[in-house]
Design a protein around this ligand. Structure first.
Ligand SMILES: Nc1nc2c(c(=O)[nH]1)N[C@H]1C(S)=C(S)[C@@H](COP(=O)(O)O)O[C@H]1N2
Ligand SMILES: [Mo]
Length: 224
């Protein structure tokens, strides 16, 4: 599948240089420079050669090398864990909850940005209220239908008004490339928090580092 995706070698090279500078300024120079013998900042930008390509200013990333094809008719978002009211939402359930929008500059930690991206979706805070988290809940884990990618937020972060389960980008349903039918969207943080092809949210007593965070990126991905 990865071989069917267009290559993007030029962008990868400049992304690597910018990404390294951005990454080192986030953590402090010299704190972490290698992981498994690789420059960590090259890891995400390296995706441009292993299942990523450019689209409307975005680099399309997928750590599995393929783009899941999710049918709205069979799609379910499961919400479970330490909560009073577990939920299973269909595509139509989620559509009926789309009331919020946000416009912001989408920013990948490797250095690329897309200004003025306009999204619509379900406010995560509304779902948090609905499921009634138990008193011990400190974090939310987000799972992708690709079976591999995850990330997490603290409960306080998940309650912020601008955090959406995004269904539309630029006035149209988001494409499979961007995570259809639903992706997490955390405007105040680097793009790696915004899990694509979202199909499960678990409420947990301790926040667990996500896919890229287990590979060296900060759990608090707030853009300074
Ligand atoms: N499932 C999944 N979600 C993901 C990723 C990924 O590889 N797989 N990459 C993350 C990163 S690092 C970024 S910057 C954004 C990129 O979003 P885009 O592919 O829509 O441009 O998706 C994030 N969400
Ligand atoms: Mo990213």
């Amino acid at each position: 599948m990865a071989s069917q995706l267009p290559q993007n070698t030029g962008a990868q090279h400049s992304g690597r240089r910018v990404g390294r500078r951005v990454f080192l300024s986030v953590l402090g120079v010299g704190v972490v420079t290698t992981l498994f013998g690789h420059d960590i900042a090259q890891t995400i930008s390296g995706l441009a050669n292993s299942g990523g390509f450019s689209l409307g200013g975005f680099e399309i990333y997928t750590v599995t090398g393929s783009i899941p094809d999710i049918k709205p008719a069979t799609y379910r978002l499961r919400i479970d864990g330490h909560i009073e009211h577990p939920l299973e939402l269909t595509y139509e359930d989620l559509r009926s909850l789309v009331h919020h929008e946000v416009t912001f500059t989408f920013t990948c930690v490797t250095g690329w940005t897309v200004p003025n991206t306009h999204w619509r979706g379900v406010r995560l805070a509304d779902l948090v209220t609905q499921v009634r988290p138990h008193a011990d809940v400190q974090g939310l884990e987000f799972y992708s239908a690709d079976g591999v990618y995850t990330d997490s937020l603290s409960l306080a972060e998940a309650k912020r008004a601008d955090v959406l389960l995004a269904m539309d980008l630029g006035g149209k349903p988001i494409s499979a490339d961007h995570g259809a039918p639903v992706r997490l969207l955390v405007p105040s943080m680097y793009g790696y928090k915004s899990v694509k092809w979202l199909d499960k949210i678990s409420f947990v007593s301790q926040q667990v580092p996500g896919y890229w965070e287990q590979r060296g990126y900060p759990v608090n991905a707030t853009i300074s």
